[in-house]
Design a protein around this ligand. Structure first.
Ligand SMILES: *[C@@H]1O[C@H](CO)[C@@H](O)[C@H](O)[C@H]1NC(C)=O
Ligand SMILES: *[C@@H]1O[C@H](CO)[C@@H](O)[C@H](O)[C@H]1NC(C)=O
Ligand SMILES: *[C@@H]1O[C@H](CO)[C@@H](O)[C@H](O)[C@H]1NC(C)=O
Ligand SMILES: *[C@@H]1O[C@H](CO)[C@@H](O)[C@H](O)[C@H]1NC(C)=O
Ligand SMILES: *[C@@H]1O[C@H](CO)[C@@H](O)[C@H](O)[C@H]1NC(C)=O
Ligand SMILES: *[C@@H]1O[C@H](CO)[C@@H](O)[C@H](O)[C@H]1NC(C)=O
Length: 437
């Protein structure tokens, strides 16, 4: 395997002398990951020694990775106006073209990203579908059967529902050495019954997969529903109203490990895509208590509260506001494409809303977290990875939008990119709670 070497100057954050911490590891690391971690620590001590000697650092860059020097983009020869370059555009740093960026899709913006991708990351195209159905949202890994389901959505909404599909991770794993394995991984349709109407978000919940269904028209309200992950894929509705009032179009869910309550977001994409009526509730974040059935509001003030995730210990909540993307109503870059962070109290309430990160490409739709609390967001050019300080440390660059993706198994990731479905192998794993409420 060809390894490339590169040399570059330390970034400003390096000079602060704060290399990424590797303490407070979660338990459950297997031997492979343990060995990887030790190697990573070694390479940093070597790097620090080199820095002291020559103010220069050398890393072996994995075959499918490349370092992007952000300094080289700070001054551009021309900077076009928003009518020509905006959130729908893919930024190509000077000296690159789209093909070069896609050829080595793991883009290192900060050394911490090496910990995320490990020594040999890979990205494999496992399915392609230029028309209906496409691969859009709600990726969820169900470990007992080792399968991952997604929601392909196109031409869906009022007249037909998005459908649920699944793939076998064993099949994906078997082709992960290839770049293009289209046709080698079977994509199965899951016939949920009663059918989940326009499924969007999905999480593991008890022994089921819980979907946020956006609903269909004025008569079929938005709801949360549990699906049996095995045949006959029977579904049971968990919640379909707020004291008699329809939700707008429920989008994503997460379980807070502190209190095991279920939190969910309710933006207006059903209306913005013409399949839900004018709304009757603010765009807010709710929580649901499974013991009492109580539904309460924990946060509001969003344009479009979308992706939702908790830090591994549950002390922070992250909400992606995708207000800049109004679908049929157009884009507006002055509205949020922003991830907010909240503190979560032991009683499950939220405080201290903070601006955590703004996605420079597209909108941050699905968000997920790893065991170190790093945040991953599906955005306009692939998946962006932020450290706990909100700094963009790297990308899994696709050159196109990923509305959602998810960790799947140890070091695996399934990435929806509308017309394409990818399987990535990296070193990091999911830090989200298991969903076993
Ligand atoms: C955004 O940029 C694209 C070109 O990339 C342009 O076609 C579109 O009109 C722009 N949108 C707005 C709202 O300015
Ligand atoms: C739904 O179907 C009707 C009748 O065929 C058609 O007029 C309408 O445009 C369709 N709506 C959408 C959102 O596809
Ligand atoms: C799931 O698939 C992964 C990838 O092939 C494999 O490493 C793992 O052992 C499988 N797990 C189970 C429970 O079958
Ligand atoms: C991947 O392979 C398939 C089947 O050989 C081919 O049709 C498709 O164009 C390839 N895609 C890319 C992006 O190379
Ligand atoms: C599916 O049906 C079985 C058998 O009736 C039932 O025990 C189970 O709770 C159902 N699961 C869901 C999610 O509806
Ligand atoms: C974006 O929204 C602002 C505030 O409502 C408005 O003034 C502006 O015209 C909008 N821009 C576009 C391109 O629609």
């Amino acid at each position: 395997m060809a390894m490339e070497e590169t040399t570059y100057r330390p970034s400003p954050s390096d000079s602060l002398g704060t290399p990424p911490t590797r303490d407070n590891e979660d338990t459950g690391w297997n031997m492979t990951r343990f060995i990887l971690a030790v190697l990573a620590v070694l390479s940093v001590s070597v790097a620090i020694a080199a820095q002291n000697d020559h103010l220069e650092r050398r890393y072996e860059i994995p075959a499918q990775a490349q370092f992007i020097d952000q300094k080289a983009s700070n001054v551009l020869p021309s900077v076009p106006p928003p009518s020509e370059f905006n959130l729908t555009s893919v930024f190509i740093p000077p000296g690159y073209d789209l093909a070069a960026l896609k050829e080595k899709p793991f883009h290192v913006y900060d050394d911490e990203f090496y910990d995320v991708i490990g020594p040999n990351p890979s990205l494999t195209l496992i399915a392609q579908s230029d028309v209906d159905p496409i691969f859009h949202e709600a990726v969820i890994w169900y470990p007992p059967t080792n399968e991952s389901a997604g929601n392909p959505a196109t031409g869906t909404g009022l007249n037909k529902s998005a459908i649920i599909q699944k793939i076998s991770l064993d099949e994906a794993e078997a082709v992960s050495a290839k770049r293009n394995a289209t046709g080698e991984v079977k994509v199965h349709v899951v016939d949920s019954n009663p059918m989940v109407l326009n499924p969007n978000g999905a999480i593991r919940y008890k022994d089921t997969i819980l979907f946020a269904a956006e609903g269909m028209g004025a008569e079929k309200p938005s709801y949360l529903t549990m699906m049996n992950p095995r045949e006959p894929y029977n579904t049971t509705v968990l919640l379909n109203n707020y004291y008699g009032r329809q939700f707008n179009s429920l989008n994503d869910m997460a379980i807070n490990p502190k209190n095991n309550e279920l939190y969910f977001t309710d933006p207006s994409y059903g209306l913005l895509q013409d399949f839900r009526p004018p709304e009757g509730l603010p765009h807010q974040v709710y929580r649901y208590n499974d013991k009492t059935g109580a539904v309460t509001v924990v946060a509001d003030g969003f344009r479009q509260p979308n992706g939702l995730v908790f830090s591994p210990c549950g002390s922070h909540a992250y909400v992606a506001d995708t207000g800049a993307q109004q679908v049929f109503w157009g884009i507006n870059g002055t509205f949020p494409a922003t991830i907010y962070r909240f503190d979560v109290a032991n009683d499950g309430t939220w405080s201290n809303r903070m601006t955590f990160a703004h996605a420079h490409a597209g909108i941050p739709d699905g968000i997920h977290i790893d065991t170190k609390g790093r945040l991953y967001a599906g955005v306009g050019d692939g998946v962006h990875v932020y450290n706990t300080a909100g700094t963009l440390i790297g990308k899994i660059f696709l050159g196109q939008t990923s509305a959602n993706f998810n960790f799947a198994g140890e070091g695996g990731m399934v990435i929806c990119a509308e017309t394409e479905l990818f399987y990535a192998k990296i070193a990091a794993t999911s830090g989200a709670p298991t969903g076993a409420v």
